[in-house]
Design a protein around this ligand. Sequence first.
Ligand code: 2AM
Length: 176
Amino acid sequence: MSTTRRLFFALEIPDELQQQIVYWRAQCFPAHAGRPVAAANLHMTLAFLGEIGAQKQQALCTLAGRIRQPGFTLTLNDAGHWPRPRVVWLGPRRTPRGLLQLASILRSQAARSGCAQNPQPFHPHVTLYRQASDSVSLPPPGFAWQWPVNAFALYASVFERGRTHYRLLSRWPLGN
Ligand code: 2AM
């Protein structure tokens, strides 16, 4: 029997920024805003692959390794609340072209390999809270976290001892 894993391509957020974001979150959101995502789990999904087997994973990794794209600077300076999936998110006010291109390539490679993609346009975001309360208030504008993105990664979503965590499996550089 072949085993599958729940995989996705994502951008890592540097550890120091993850810590700064959770510190800011604790200051700026009400205590009952929702279930906060752990600092180490903060990331930006580029393409969700779903439950896939080793063969498909290998094929998608080969394609990912052929991507030649420059890096870009990402600035997270916007926040929002999606009531339906019940998430509060952080994202860029202006999406860098490089981020759109990278997500678009990974999403089309995934779709061509049989990983159904969300038909909605890519909306770059970092989930801050899950099971967000309906009335959560968002912090005023004026915050911004910025870093140079010079790689993207493949993660497995792992449920262990009652918790989900994201295990980094592979990383590919973005060039100049
Ligand atoms: P979310 O943070 O908006 O929930 C691991 O689960 C990552 O994959 C999360 O970033 C999650 O996005 C994303 N994800 C989970 N299911 C998905 C789906 N069906 N379509 C797109 N992204 C999904």
